[in-house]
Design a protein around this ligand. Structure first.
Ligand code: G6P
Length: 548
């Protein structure tokens, strides 16, 4: 880490001392303008960070830190197609997938904008034809169901977005997502489907992933078994960078949608990997989703650092991770259709920034990515919020909430949802002192002895930070903005920590060992290099199956 960056991180750690014996609650009481000073709006999205331990001086230090880490330079190098994924020697150009200005980028012989436009045009034609019944299954029936077979980045993004944007389906096919190699995933999905009306999309950047290839082979066998081998080409499409492997599987060229090695798996929803989403909501809505991301790219590119939402989110996260040593991050969408958003963000954030060496391969000197988890509110309130309010670890929280629902139900669902969201953020910040807890119990008629006994249990330490993203409505454009916002946030943090956010070697060791173990698990081959525990478990497994 650069000396200036390290010195700034030290200054931020010292700055934290300002909060010893001082609280956000006191800060709000002393400063009626705190909300205005520490919130920023970008069109329909408001980012409120006034309930974090940021003040003017800290903000200035965070901006200085971003500048010292050369965030502006890295942002430009990324957009220009420099190979900033240094370990894999690849460019990181997912922004080009949604760049309506078609900024000219050439990688060797490749005209990136032209290639993107060509695949998008193919996706549009295919989407329109499937949705209108112009493209049908082998028996002449229109497709009513689409099954995306993929995992990780080839699953989480489109799965999250299709669920988030389900009100925009407008007669489009139902979409299903099968990821797990556990046969339960595919079998349970197939049980609901009519093969004659089902289209499978095999989504895999590499077209080698064990789970996806296993599920694809079984789905292929299912179609061949139900409709005959000749029906297979009519019921499969593929989304991949590995066109030769797609052809070998038997998918027709006109059903193959390509992308490129400069699109990371967890950044690929905007590419051909988004085809299931486009089929679900139609191409016009898919385009609005891309446009929303482009809006956020422009904001990230042009807004001053102290008014730049992804920069602020990234810097505040780094401040809590490094100066406060907070190890986790809860993402709490008060928006049921964002139920897959935390899982999507787990891959985006933890696969990107769960790194222990710098770009130069030396151990990092500060903690990097947090453990991300979350659930939609209000559900989580009835499960793990106890720990958020009274546990011994402080968990910074990111709330998300829409101002307008899609539903027009009787009753006040949305007002209750929003009231709960705001109340949780307020409760985390405000807390309740022991005296307040005792006074409340006495006021309710409780005896002094009982109030004394319960007061410690009913005390909330408070001063627990959260941010709020409040947006007009979860429509395609806004979802595009939100997803791109988080992508940039993760990028900002990677720059601060001087790590490569774009590789994922950490997923490989387990995959390698699984392939070694498969022979022993499935076929009783001798285990040569396993530890005693693993060998014992394999033996037990085989014994339980009567195969020992
Ligand atoms: O799209 P695929 O090549 O099938 O890869 C699917 C996923 O598997 C890998 O293990 C990586 O960890 C993910 O980043 C990737 O998204």
């Amino acid at each position: 880490m650069d000396d200036t960056v390290a010195a700034l991180l030290d200054r931020l750690k010292t700055r934290r001392n300002r909060w010893n014996g001082h609280t956000l609650r006191a800060e709000f009481a002393a400063d009626p303008d705190r909300f205005d000073r520490f919130s920023v709006a970008f069109d329909d999205i408001l980012f409120d960070y006034s309930k974090t331990h940021v003040d003017a001086e800290t903000l200035a230090l965070l901006v200085e830190l971003a500048e010292a880490a050369d965030l502006i330079g890295w942002r430009e190098r990324k957009l220009s197609g420099d190979a900033i994924n240094t370990t894999e020697r690849r460019a990181v150009l997912h922004t080009a997938l949604r760049d309506r200005s078609r900024r000219a980028i050439h990688l060797g012989d490749q005209d990136v904008a032209a290639d993107v436009a060509s695949v998008l045009a193919h996706m549009e034609d295919f989407t329109d034809a499937v949705r209108s019944g112009g493209i049908r299954g082998a028996t002449g029936e229109a497709f009513t169901d689409v099954v995306n077979i993929g995992i990780g980045g080839s699953d989480l993004g489109p799965r999250m977005a299709a669920r988030a944007l389900s009100p925009y389906r407008d007669g489009g096919p139902r979409v299903h997502y099968v990821a797990n190699v556990d046969g339960a995933d595919l079998a349970d999905t197939l049980a609901t489907l009519d093969p004659a009306r089902t289209l499978f999309l095999i989504a895999s950047k590499t077209f080698t992933t064990l789970e996806t290839m296993t599920n694809a082979a079984s789905a292929r066998a299912w179609i061949a078994g139900q409709l005959g081998e000749a029906a297979v080409p009519d019921h499969f499409a593929a989304l991949s960078t590995a066109l030769d492997k797609v052809a070998a599987f038997g998918v027709r060229a006109d059903r193959t949608f390509g992308f490129w090695d400069w699109v990371g798996g967890r950044y690929s929803t905007w590419s051909a990997i988004g085809l299931s989403l486009a089929l679900s909501i139609g191409f016009r809505n898919f385009s609005a989703f891309l446009d929303g991301a482009a809006d956020m790219d422009e904001h990230f590119q042009t807004a001053p650092l102290d008014r730049n939402i992804p920069v602020l989110m990234g810097m505040i996260g780094a401040w809590y991770r490094d100066a406060w040593d907070y190890r986790t991050l809860a993402v709490l969408p008060y928006d049921q259709r964002l139920e897959h958003f935390p899982a999507f963000l787990q891959q985006l954030d933890m696969e990107s920034n769960g790194k222990r060496v710098t770009r130069d391969g030396v151990p990092v000197s500060v903690p990097t990515g947090p453990i991300v988890f979350g659930e939609p509110g209000t559900n989580g309130q009835h499960a793990f919020y106890q720990l958020l309010h009274q546990g011994t670890d402080v968990v910074p929280c990111e709330f998300l909430v829409a101002c307008q629902p899609h539903e027009t139900l009787e009753g006040d669902h949305h007002a209750k949802l929003v009231a709960n969201c705001l109340a949780q953020a307020e409760a985390l910040m405000r807390g309740r002192t022991e005296e307040e807890a005792r006074a409340q119990m006495l006021a309710s008629g409780m005896s002094a002895t009982e109030a004394d006994r319960l007061a410690p249990h009913r005390t909330f330490p408070g001063d627990r930070p959260s941010t709020m993203l409040m947006y007009r409505k979860l429509d395609p454009r806004t979802l595009g903005r939100l997803v791109a916002l988080y992508e940039h946030k993760v990028f900002v943090q990677g720059v601060i920590w001087n790590i490569n956010s774009f590789d994922q070697y950490g997923v490989e060791l387990g995959k390698e060992l699984a392939s070694v173990l498969l022979g022993a698990v499935a076929g009783g081959e001798p285990l040569t290099a396993s530890d005693g525990s693993t060998a014992g478990l394999v033996a037990r497994y085989r014994a339980m199956r009567g195969e020992a």
